[in-house]
Design a protein around this ligand. Sequence first.
Ligand SMILES: *Cc1c(COP(=O)(O)O)cnc(C)c1O
Length: 302
Amino acid sequence: MKTLFEENEFEFTEITGPSFPGNDILLSVARLDKIHPVVSGNKLFKLHYFLEQSLKESNKLIVSFGGAYSNHLAATAFACRNIGTRCIGIVRGEQPVIPSHTLKQCEGYGMELHFVSREEYNRKDEDGFNKEVQARFGDCIIIPEGGFHPLGAEGASLIMEGLKEKGPTHICTATGTATTLAGLLMASKEDQTIISIPVLKNMTDIHERINYLCGKSYDNLVILDGYHFGGYAKRTTQLIKFMNELFLQYQMPTDFVYTAKMMYAVMDKIKAGYFAAGSRITCLHTGGLQGNDSLPAPTLVF
Ligand SMILES: *Cc1c(COP(=O)(O)O)cnc(C)c1O
């Protein structure tokens, strides 16, 4: 199977000009959001090796998990349709009367949706749950929520290929499950700093997650905490103002759940003189722009 990188060379946006606060610092954003109009960002990379496994086993059924707004489920549905594999999405919560935009997309790509109560959904990480899934749906490949699995991290490590041309000293990414972060670390050189910006409040288990995903820990990991703006999918007027300014100055849209928080953190640290002169920073635009659809209309200028 071709890697996504072979199919898609990344586009970069250079953050530069009179209002850029970093002297002698190069800041590029790798536009993974441009990979596909609907299924953008880091998600397809995390799926790569699961899909490869399915193909090796004559398009073995894929089962995965997510909430009604899960970018991961949408990406899984799209990717499975692309390789002709049947897929099932187990969705947290009762079936809504009006399905979310994301779930409609999933169904449009042919994913079969099964709704389970929150209680049942929360058992998905327990021992024995995978056996129950196999018993119910037959022999299948189970992809954990958000691709949170060593194979998901290995897939995310393919992203690093596309960043090489920039020769980055620092690579920055928003962190949810930390699977993308783990992939970047796996493929990093010791003299490259990998910077994580957690988008959840009190995310204190990143090092444990990295140990599980990579089987080891890394000294070149830096976590910039304190940029979650109140927690997952929370926002402030300051964050929205930043998103609008970023767009007006650099013509780059961001999403308020992940990439805006990451960019805010990086710009804030640049202003504070955190990065040495000569630093070449590459930020991952991991996509997620459709998440802005949930904002009331006049909030964003883009
Ligand atoms: C899922 C997602 C992330 C988080 O990736 P993890 O691998 O779960 O840490 C970051 N940005 C966007 C836009 C996402 O959709």
